[in-house]
Design a protein. Structure first.
Lengths: 114, 113
C-alpha cells in the first residue's frame, strides 16, 4: 500500500520562507501533487511533479526527488493568508493503471505569524 | 462556471437514518471521487468513478453506495447512518489529461447523533 509522511504543524513568520516536506512509500509512483486547504474550506490544487526537479508557480515552488521518495513545497514571501493546511498526494500503480485516484497525506498545518 | 457543486452543506442525521449527498460537476470530467475528511486524518477515498456507469470502491467504502448514471452527477448514499460516519464529505472531479489536479466541491458537514 501507500504511505505518506509530512509534519503535522509548521509555524513561520510573515515575509519568511517555509518548506513543507513529504516522504512517501508506494509500490509504484507516477507523481506528487500538493493541495492547500483553508479552515472550513475545500482543498485547492497547487502543483504537480512527475519528474525530478523544481516547479515554480509564483511564490510557491514544489520539488521532487524520485530516487529519495521525497518532495517538498516551498512557500516564499509568506503572507498571513498562507495560513492553511497543505497536503501532499500521490498516484501510484497500486491505484490501478486505469484509475486516477490520489492518496493524500494527513496534512501540515501552517501558521503564519506577524 | 460552477465547477463542483455539493448539497447539502450541513446535515444532522439520527442513527439508522439514510440520506443522499448530491454532487454535480459542469466541466465534463470523466473522473469523479468521494472523500471523507476527519480531523487530523487527511482525506480518505470512499468511492470513485471513471465514467458514467462505472464505479469502484476506495479505501473506506463500508456503509456507503454510489451510482453514476450521467457524466455530471455522482451521488453518495449513506444507509443506516452510524456515529462513525460523522465527517466532512468532499466530492471532486478531474479530467483524464490533468488527473492530478482535482477540483473539489465545498463539502458537506455531516453529524450523526
Amino acid at each position: 500500500g501507500q504511505s505518506l509522511e509530512q509534519p503535522s504543524e509548521v509555524t513561520a513568520v510573515e515575509g519568511a520562507i517555509v518548506q513543507i516536506n513529504c516522504t512517501y512509500q508506494t509500490s509504484g509512483f507516477y507523481g506528487l501533487s500538493w493541495y492547500q486547504q483553508h479552515d472550513g474550506g475545500a482543498p485547492t490544487f497547487l502543483s504537480y511533479n512527475a519528474l525530478d526537479g523544481l516547479e515554480e508557480t509564483g511564490r510557491f515552488s514544489s520539488f521532487l526527488s524520485r530516487s529519495d521518495s521525497y518532495g517538498y513545497l516551498l512557500l516564499q514571501e509568506l503572507q498571513m493568508k498562507d495560513s492553511a493546511s497543505y497536503f501532499c498526494a500521490v498516484r501510484d500503480r497500486a491505484s490501478g493503471a486505469g484509475s486516477y485516484q490520489l492518496t493524500f497525506g494527513k496534512g501540515t498545518k501552517l501558521s503564519v505569524i506577524p | 462556471n460552477a465547477g463542483v457543486t455539493q448539497t447539502p452543506k450541513f446535515r444532522i442525521l439520527k442513527i439508522g437514518q439514510s440520506m443522499t449527498l448530491q454532487c454535480a460537476q459542469d466541466m465534463n470530467h470523466n473522473y469523479m471521487y468521494w472523500y471523507r475528511q476527519d480531523p487530523g486524518m487527511g482525506l480518505k477515498l470512499i468511492y470513485y468513478s471513471v465514467g458514467a456507469g462505472i464505479t469502484d470502491k476506495g479505501e473506506v467504502p463500508n456503509g456507503y453506495n454510489v451510482s453514476r448514471s450521467t457524466t455530471e452527477d455522482f451521488p453518495l448514499r449513506l444507509e443506516l447512518a452510524a456515529p462513525s460516519q460523522t465527517s466532512v464529505y468532499f466530492c471532486a472531479s478531474s479530467s483524464e489529461d490533468r488527473y492530478y489536479g482535482y477540483t473539489f466541491g465545498s463539502g458537506t458537514r455531516l453529524t450523526v447523533v
